[in-house]
Design a binder for this molecule. Sequence first.
Ligand code: 5GP
Ligand code: ZN
Length: 113
Amino acid sequence: MSDCIFCKLASGEIPTNKVYEDDTVLAFHDMDPQAPTHILVIPKAHIASASEIDESNSTVIAHIFEVIAKIAAENGFENDFRVVNNCGARAGQTVHHLHFHLMSGREFTWPAG
Ligand code: 5GP
Ligand code: ZN
């Protein structure tokens, strides 16, 4: 997707503050953090939202959760984090490239928002 900001971060066309990277997944700090730790974890391949996950592209989703666990463990918050996905405008999705918010460092209320 040539006009997708997260595709440009994933390809390296636009530099970002990387936390983790491998062939299929990139994690980087959110530019407008909502918690002391606020990392975005994305598939490098463009998937517009969680509603577009299917059997053809879901392998990376399992890997994303492995990466989330690894980042949490390496940063000492393995039992103290929230993962959020916003799907669709009404749920708060503003960037239409699938991403998981990995947040830690404060208390979170429930239900969210
Ligand atoms: P959404 O609202 O779609 O669930 O989350 C999008 C998130 O991406 C927001 O938290 C926003 O701050 C973050 N974001 C948007 N554009 C950029 C960017 O260019 N760089 C970084 N690091 N974060 C971004
Ligand atoms: Zn994209």
